[in-house]
Design a protein around this ligand. Structure first.
Ligand SMILES: *[C@@H]1O[C@H](CO)[C@@H](O)[C@H](O)[C@H]1NC(C)=O
Ligand SMILES: *[C@@H]1O[C@H](CO)[C@@H](O)[C@H](O)[C@H]1NC(C)=O
Length: 626
């Protein structure tokens, strides 16, 4: 009897074992199949890079575009079929945590989970949405033919940047909105697009559609976590907002600030767009030439001489941390300068991934902003080098924005006076107190004004998606969010039939450039930065010699190890596990931002008191719900 029982148990164990090993084998086959397929995509990427950098040829615009479409189509087919293959794999039977993670991660998709016809429609809608921002849609004057029309970005955006006339800002603000939403086009495009996002969620079995929008954040009610951060930094935001409102009166006397204290939307756009503009209309806290930030441009040209040298310097930052040293083949074969046409304006370097190689097309500019951005690009290249060692499907960041957050830390460090002194670009490790505050102020405008806007744009989309905002109430609900989280109001009375989100909202509809991703990158970036700076002892809380905002963790191997350990994991673990390596925390928090901007916060509070400015605002009903 006993023996029989033992036999039965043994048999059961054996069958289970056989099942699980069959499942494991099957999963392995699927992975192999997918890996073969992704190689095709990488081959096209390689081809694109070669086409774009071929010597002595005019740019092969058309060919490159078609290759890019090929990449997209191939990737879609692969992901779609892979998800179908994996959806029937019983995950519970898999013992290997990596296999389990692969199946869980690749069996759920966003837009790529849609059937081919619907996916095509989604791409089509995204193209239209892109066109709202970059298409020539706005007539500069009453009458205009196609050629006279302007695009919101970059044309109107750049024009605005140079205008001191409030009337003109207002006119552009209104005419772009009128143009994109003529006959409700913008609104109905948005509605169609949301319908597809919801459909994608049903394929994942998500009852709440935003679970699919927030797919790889893998958190119940992720929005609540984002909102908590917005409230955490709100006291600082309110002081900055109050001070800016005061400054607006000097820069734009005609922009009537409504008595309730909110800032008019075209003005807020202007404040944000001027963050890098050298001839700002909004004054920094300390006026006077001697308090202006030292111009690094000339020294940059003298010291670094060429963009290639900047690339080397930025790459060396990572070597100093004990990360990968890029081989000379990288510089010889896979690092190429952008063509002159592309290099015009505000060009951004591009990174191409086709393992075993990673390639770079860089923007050949030499200024402070580019110097910082190049460090971000090099972070991306480092990350790819580590990710490519992982199996397909897990060779990515653990959640969207995670890589950008790591990059942000190096960008922040590279822009400090301490680092610029190290590079012999500045002669002193620290700026004067006044300069330092001016710098923090500009960084503050750049970061603190942007963060609530990322949140509002994201929340608006998600609340519509989940049905918390009804179609009849879109516009006023949007302005309610602007009021509640940013103290921004429409420049004049608006109606619910208008559709007023800004161009960054439209950009953020594409999951690749979502506002969620930007929000996370910014917040987590400061969290990481704080942690690397504490680790390296370059930030000593309470010590004015080592404030967080002048921390350069260059050369610190301990900070480097944290970066290394995070990069090496790719997407093999939940993003909270990975962030914990660097921060010891598992949640987003505004603490990094608050500590970074602490001196600014102190100054703003005092200054606002002196000027008798009351921070905050009250809602004035400027959107009519009838
Ligand atoms: C996965 O699905 C595709 C298309 O449905 C099929 O061609 C392929 O053989 C499948 N792969 C495996 C390993 O099952
Ligand atoms: C560097 O700046 C600090 C703070 O402004 C100042 O006290 C110091 O004298 C400066 N050092 C040099 C070498 O200019």
């Amino acid at each position: 009897m006993r023996l029989l029982l033992l036999g039965v148990v043994l048999l059961l164990v054996l069958t289970a074992f056989a099942d699980s090993s069959a499942t494991a084998n099957h999963t392995k086959q699927i992975l192999k199949w997918a890996t073969d397929r992704i190689h095709r995509v990488w081959d096209i990427n390689r081809k694109i890079f070669v086409q774009l950098t071929a010597k002595g040829k005019s740019p092969l615009g058309g060919t490159v575009v078609s290759s890019k479409q090929e990449v997209e189509a191939e990737t879609y087919r692969l992901y779609y079929e892979l998800a179908a293959n994996l959806s029937v794999v019983p995950v519970a039977e898999l013992d290997d945590p990596l296999q389990r993670r692969f199946v869980q991660r690749m069996s759920k998709l966003q837009l790529q989970g849609l059937r081919p016809k619907d996916y095509e429609q989604a791409k089509d809608l995204l193209r239209q949405i892109h066109n709202f921002v970059s298409g020539s849609m706005v007539c500069a004057h009453e009458e205009c033919s196609g050629s006279g029309a302007l695009a919101m970005y970059p044309q109107i955006f750049n024009k605005n940047m140079h205008t001191k006339q409030y009337e003109e800002l207002l006119r552009n603000w209104k005419s772009w909105r009128r143009a994109v939403n003529e006959k409700d086009v913008a609104k109905s495009t948005f509605i169609d697009y949301v319908r597809l996002l919801r459909m994608a969620a049903t394929y994942n079995g998500h009852v709440t559609p935003s679970r699919t929008w927030y797919l790889n954040y893998d958190t119940e009610n992720f929005q609540a976590e984002l909102e908590a951060v917005v409230w955490e930094i709100m006291p600082l935001y309110r002081e900055l907002h109050a001070y800016l409102r005061h400054e607006v009166q000097a820069a734009y006397p005609k922009a009537e600030t409504k008595s309730d204290g909110a800032i008019s939307a075209p003005i807020m756009d202007q404040i944000l767009s001027q963050d890098w503009y050298p001839h700002q209309f909004f004054r920094t806290p300390h006026h006077g030439k001697q308090h202006q930030l030292p111009s690094v441009h000339r020294r940059l040209e003298q010291v670094l001489v060429t963009p290639v040298k900047i690339n080397h310097k930025a790459a060396e930052f990572f070597e100093s941390l004990g990360l990968i040293k890029l081989p000379s083949t990288f510089y010889d074969r896979f690092s190429r300068r952008m063509s002159e046409e592309e290099a015009g304006g505000d060009c951004k370097s591009q990174v191409y991934y086709f393992p075993p190689d990673v390639a770079l097309r860089y923007c050949p500019k030499l200024d402070y902003k580019k110097l910082m951005q190049v460090h971000g690009t090099m972070a991306e290249i480092q990350y790819y080098q580590y990710k490519m060692r992982l199996p397909f499907g897990l060779d990515t960041e653990p959640c969207p924005g995670f890589g950008a957050a790591i990059a942000e830390t190096v960008i922040l460090a590279s822009g400090t006076a301490r680092h610029l002194e190290h590079l012999h670009i500045l002669l002193n490790k620290s700026l004067t107190e006044e300069q330092s505050l001016n710098r923090l102020f500009r960084m503050g405008v750049h970061t603190l004004i942007a963060v609530p806007q990322y949140f509002i744009n994201d929340k608006f989309l998600v609340d519509v998606m989940d049905g918390r905002i009804g179609v009849k109430d879109y516009n006023c609900a949007y302005w309610d969010l602007q009021d509640k989280f940013a103290g921004v109001q429409p420049p004049s009375s608006r109606l619910n039939k208008d559709f007023d989100p800004d161009f960054k909202f439209y950009r953020g509809l594409n999951p690749e450039t979502s506002n969620t991703k930007k929000f996370l990158a910014e917040i987590l970036g400061f969290q990481f930065y704080r942690s690397f700076c504490l680790t390296s002892n370059q930030y000593k809380p309470g010590d004015p010699e080592f404030p967080l905002h002048n921390c350069d963790f260059y050369g610190n191997q301990e900070a480097g190890k944290k970066i290394h350990d995070m990069m090496e994991l790719g997407a093999t673990r939940h993003w909270r596990d990975v962030m914990e390596i660097a921060t010891g925390e598992r949640k987003l928090s505004g603490r990094g931002i608050l500590e970074y901007f602490a001196p600014l916060f102190t100054w703003l509070k005092e200054r606002n008191k002196q000027l008798d400015i009351e921070p905050g605002w009250d809602a004035d009903e400027l959107c009519r719900r009838d």
